[in-house]
Design a protein around this ligand. Sequence first.
Ligand SMILES: Nc1ncnc2c1ncn2[C@@H]1O[C@H](COP(=O)(O)OP(=O)(O)OP(=O)(O)O)[C@@H](O)[C@H]1O
Ligand SMILES: [Mg+2]
Length: 225
Amino acid sequence: MGTKRPKTRGRFITLEGVEGSGKSTQIRHLADVLTQAGYRVLQTREPGGTATAEAIRQILLTASSQDPVTPQTEALLVLAARHQHVTHLIEPALKRGTLVLCDRFSDSTLAYQGYARGLDLQWLREANDVAANGLTPDLTLVLDLPVSVGLARRRADRGEQNRLDRETERFHRKVRRGFLALAAEEPRRMTIVNANRPAQEVQDELTEIVLGWMARLRRPPRRRS
Ligand SMILES: Nc1ncnc2c1ncn2[C@@H]1O[C@H](COP(=O)(O)OP(=O)(O)OP(=O)(O)O)[C@@H](O)[C@H]1O
Ligand SMILES: [Mg+2]
């Protein structure tokens, strides 16, 4: 092309969904596919991603039932972790032009602490804005499936257990409804993907969505014939 392109900021893609919907499984695959496609990729997760934010994650995972974490404390901890993560890891990567893939982000705060725990959504949106320095994902993939399926996968899994695994199905159904409501509000940013299928099928669809989306960003829209 010859013309100098202005340095572009990297893209920010998040994966969301209820427990056991396959976020961690799928994000690894997406990171591989995008790396092979030639993108510089950073794969990260919330809460976590920096030393301080990972320490906050441990507090959330291991809090004693003698000193139950209140919904407000839970929200403030995930928000504090997010500010560390955005400021010290995500923003610098985006500035370098890196494609950032994040396992959970602000939508999880609205779904869990808002729709499921009942904290005020307007307050959470404002707090999210502060925590994320105003950053919103460019694309969010919501892995959707019945909560009973996700929870059964989690039970079969020997991986990291957390306090949320002990919540009732009713709680997780509210989380699911929250994600679906958020996606309905922002259909351009958020895409719902049926996660109640073999992992390979989910992988194929996610790959198609993300590579198609990345390609459209690089090209002006084609005129219809
Ligand atoms: N499509 C699938 N079909 C069957 N099992 C799956 C599928 N995707 C992932 N799994 C398995 O389900 C379990 C949970 O998957 P994973 O950890 O990727 O979910 P997650 O969305 O990251 O869950 P969490 O919210 O708890 O972190 C894992 O044991 C994983 O191997
Ligand atoms: Mg996970």
